[in-house]
Design a protein around this ligand. Structure first.
Ligand code: ADP
Ligand code: MG
Length: 353
């Protein structure tokens, strides 16, 4: 299936005028928790974001870091544990009933990784789905679908079914569908994940053009090839591994906490004296002692190495002294492969803090 070029057909004729104040996003202290096998995971922790009309924001981060979770809250599909989301003049958290339906329909358009088109319907019919039950006549809905498909460069594919379209074309149908109600905000979850580079090209141009026409476009991806596309980059899993800085020695009184489960982690620690307990808190509040680290043992290497959150709390069992190293400095001291490093850590199997 050949890909038609978006740049020749992106005629801005479909409600491209978006009220800029309706495309303002303000996220404050957003925290999202899930329960996972008896533990609480908190992929999004006190997250802040400001963005406005005309911007393309890239949410970048490894698989599992919370991109879909975050988009789901912005879309009004998932209720967060704490914090607020404002889109235009709407406070999204706390919306219910008709107001929530109205928000989901009119304010945000969603583009999924897997396109989510109905295979038995034509491109035009797929784009018309969001217009059903909104009082729009069949004729008007059909005309609007045609205009939108023209907007995304698929005027010649209106009657095709998804199975007869390339991945890039299907994604453009999905984008046309997301635009059906002319939302000021477009949310796209890994929109290029299943596409080859030719198809990626047309989808990228299209997303960029939606921002340039005055919408706010938020794209979640782990594909850092998309970085040049962004006006604003939000890295959900910053890695600090390559930074070098002086080792930090910390003295802890018995019972004092070095880091908490769920914290971001930058340093790996070597115990100089005393003991450190690695404990994990269960969802019901009960604590499990994973391991006690004694002098010359080390712990906490997974978080800085892989950009993960701390999987346990580190608390002094007795008065203790620990030294924290960046991963790079630590590896300079402990020669060996990553495998040896991981198996040498006292907490490598269970207490992967
Ligand atoms: N419904 C759910 N129940 C429990 N845990 C979940 C649920 N959805 C996602 N998670 C967990 O939340 C974290 C973030 O997931 P997700 O938002 O899908 O990440 P991403 O989209 O960045 O790959 C993961 O650890 C995942 O296992
Ligand atoms: Mg995801």
């Amino acid at each position: 299936m050949t890909e038609s070029r978006v740049d020749t057909v992106a005629t801005p004729e479909v409600d491209e005028v978006v009220d800029p104040s309706a495309a303002r996003l303000e996220v404050r202290d957003l925290t999202i928790e899930y329960s996972s096998g008896g533990y609480t995971v908190r992929p999004i922790d006190k997250f802040q974001l400001d963005a406005s009309a005309g911007e393309l924001v890239l949410l970048l981060g490894a698989s599992g870091c919370g991109k879909t979770t975050l988009l789901s809250v912005l879309a009004g599909i998932l209720t967060p544990s704490a914090g607020s989301v404002r889109v235009g003049s709407t406070q999204v958290v706390g919306l219910s009933g008709a107001a929530l339906t109205e928000y989901r329909r009119k304010h945000v358009g969603i583009v999924f990784q897997a396109f989510n088109l109905l295979p038995s319907l034509t491109a035009s019919e797929n784009v018309q789905i969001p217009l059903r039950g909104t009082g729009v006549s069949t004729r008007v809905a059909r005309e609007r679908a045609l205009a939108l498909l023209n907007r995304v460069g698929l005027a010649d594919r209106v009657e095709h079914r998804p199975g007869d379209l390339s991945g890039g074309q299907q994604q453009r149908v999905a984008i046309a569908r997301a635009l059906a109600q002319n939302p000021p905000v477009i949310l796209a979850d890994e929109p290029t994940a299943h596409l080859d580079y030719l198809q990626v090209d047309s989808v990228i141009r299209l997303l960029r053009s939606l921002a340039d026409s005055g919408r706010l476009v938020i794209v979640a991806t782990h594909d850092d090839r998309l970085v040049p596309l962004a006006d604003r980059l939000v890295n959900l899993t910053p890695r600090r591994e390559m930074e070098s800085r002086s080792p930090e020695t910390t003295e802890l009184a018995a019972g004092e906490i070095l880091f908490e489960q769920g914290d971001p982690g930058e340093l790996v620690y070597v115990v100089e004296s005393g003991t450190i307990d690695l404990v994990r808190t269960r969802e019901d509040g009960a604590e499990e002692l994973l391991i006690t680290v004694t002098p010359d043992g080390y712990f906490g290497e997974l978080a800085p190495m892989f950009g993960l959150q701390r999987a346990a709390t580190a608390r002094a069992g007795t008065a203790a002294k620990v030294t924290g190293y960046t991963m790079r400095d630590f590896r300079a001291r402990h020669s060996g492969t990553v495998g040896e490093l991981l198996s040498g850590a006292v907490d490598a199997t269970e207490g992967d803090a």
